[in-house]
Design a protein around this ligand. Structure first.
Ligand SMILES: Nc1ncnc2c1ncn2[C@@H]1O[C@H](COP(=O)(O)OP(=O)(O)O)[C@@H](O)[C@H]1O
Ligand SMILES: [Mg+2]
Length: 294
């Protein structure tokens, strides 16, 4: 099954563990097409019949030391995300969204609190093991796209597979399939500066998907797009959700969170709301005490 994480007992396939935090490293698993054979029914987070969550965060804190001062970016965040969910994390600038996303993506560790990714407790892992877990299970989409300017779309998308040790022909095949999946099957040889902002964003999404990650994380993915392209990007995320992908998307825009089935609201490093995305900003948006997440 596409979304279950490899149990601790089972050895991960051999790979080069490259600790390049700017790269959304993923690796190849059995299911090579992101939308392909995954047929995971949508489960709402409060269905009460959930299997093992993809994300299980309990009372997580993250403090940054700045000279003599301590900045508390996260102050006791708890949240759970089930396989197949599409969740927005919404909040004002400085509320802790990026910090939380980096923790979820194993780019960083909590100061205290626990995080289980697909049942694996990340706390006890060595840096190498954390990096393996990330490479294998996480696809990242950054606001600034972070594409290599001089490489074609196909090369950009194939890059995580280079680190994962996938042979060249297979890389080309998988990159083409991922670009096809995001509607860029006819742009394989275009470089980023030969593409529009929306197209670049889709290349970044294809790169995040190419290794069939368990979890797709996106930080303000529409932040650099105009409103038409923003709509297209959100439609693509929705299609990926419908194909069974688990997605967590960070945004400061309530209008983006409203398009997601579920939205978790952060303020000052705490969860202050969790409920249907469509209700964000309305009086019926659930306060967090009313949900599982408190
Ligand atoms: N590397 C860092 N060092 C010190 N403070 C940081 C660092 N990263 C973030 N912060 C602080 O933590 C808080 C949350 O930041 P961030 O997670 O980036 O929020 P958001 O993504 O919601 O805008 C802010 O007050 C920010 O200034
Ligand atoms: Mg941010």
């Amino acid at each position: 099954m596409g979304v279950s994480l490899r149990g601790k007992g089972r050895p991960a396939p051999r790979r080069a563990d490259i600790l390049d935090l700017t790269m959304p490293l993923s690796s190849v698993s059995g299911n090579n097409h992101p939308s392909g054979s995954r047929n995971i029914p949508y489960r709402s987070h409060d269905s009460g019949m959930s299997s093992q969550p993809v994300i299980d965060v309990v009372d997580v804190h993250r403090e940054y030391k700045m000279g003599g001062e301590t900045v508390a970016a996260l102050r006791g965040v708890s949240m759970c995300v089930q396989p197949g969910e599409f969740v927005a994390i919404v909040g004002k600038s400085g509320s802790g969204k990026t910090t939380l996303l980096h923790l979820l993506g194993c780019l960083d560790r909590p100061t205290r609190g626990s995080y289980r990714l697909g049942g694996s407790d990340v706390q006890g892992l060595t840096d190498d093991a954390l990096s393996s877990l990330r490479n294998e299970h996480i696809g990242f989409v950054f606001q600034s796209f972070q594409l290599l300017a001089r490489a074609s779309a196909a090369k950009n998308v194939a890059l995580p597979l280079v680190y994962a040790g996938v042979p060249r022909r297979k890389r080309r095949e998988l990159a083409a399939a991922a670009l096809e999946r995001v509607g860029l099957g006819d742009r394989l040889n275009h470089r980023p500066n030969q593409m529009s902002g929306g197209e670049r964003q889709r290349v970044a999404i294809a790169r995040a998907l190419v290794g069939s990650p368990t979890l797709l994380l996106a930080d303000e993915p529409t932040g650099n797009l105009d409103s038409t392209t923003e709509r297209e990007a959100m439609r693509l995320f929705y299609e990926l959700h419908e194909a069974g992908n688990t997605i967590v998307l960070v945004t400061h825009e309530p209008s983006i969170a409203q398009q997601c089935p579920r939205a978790i609201r952060l303020a000052d490093g705490r969860v202050i709301g969790d409920g249907a995305g469509s209700r964000v900003g309305s009086a019926s948006y659930e306060p967090v005490e009313a949900t599982h997440a408190g």
